[in-house]
Ligand binder design. Sequence first.
Ligand code: GUN
Length: 289
Amino acid sequence: MRLIDGKKIALELEEQIRAQVAVIQGRKPSLAFILVGDNAASQTYVRAKKRACAAIGILSTLTHLPSTISQDELLREIDLLNRNPNVDGILVQLPLPMHINDRAVMLSINPEKDVDGFHPVNIGKMLLGEDHGFLPCTPHGIKILLQKYNIPVEGKHVVIVGRSNIVGKPLAAILMQKRPHCNATVTIAHSQSEHLTDITQSADILVAAIGKAHFIKKEMVKPKAVVIDVGINRLCDGKIVGDVDFENVAPITSWISPVPGGVGPMTIAMLMQNTLYCYNKLYNSPSLR
Ligand code: GUN
């Protein structure tokens, strides 16, 4: 078993981005965060993303709005950022309060400032396999991790457990593309899947994006499989664990990504990269990937 060190790869990428930002004359790239309400996990994630911006030299602002804000008021805040030429990227941290429609919010962000890659235009471009447009940060980070560790993906069976719009669906769209380091046979399994163990057992690469601590047990994993753990779950004692029963699963894998220190740091590195792309107005160039 070997560890996929997402923290190390993310730091290397962030160092490259930092060097590119350092030589920019005049205004540096800037990222505007919007946080609605007091979700503790969201506050932690936004803090970590802002810390990364500061370390890299990317300017960042935080608009912290009360959970009672109306959808119209939130859309007005986004519109201000869309029209502000000093704002390159906009990130609205999810989840949003129940009375706000996520889709309407994502649709209101200028696709050229959509560093999360959640706007339907960017999702469409990703699905079509176009070179430009932004990829969502977590699935893009997973693709880069596999690539950096020279883990073969082409022709392999990738099983993704979890069908979220943030991870499962976009990762499937990325890895099935007809392009280098993709070309995978992708299966998405989810909470309604019958014979889940049979499906996960057939995975050459198993991606756990369920959101349940220790959900993936040793019996569900084929010996020598590659296991990517996207989960971030806080246990009663405060410990952060993934969706994989790491202790028992790790010994039978060929490669496994730990939590923390696996996929999480890559999400932030890809966010920094998308922000630099926004600043450099690369959105319509074919050179994003
Ligand atoms: N909530 C959980 N993951 C994400 C993410 O990647 N971006 C945003 N905006 N919210 C999230």
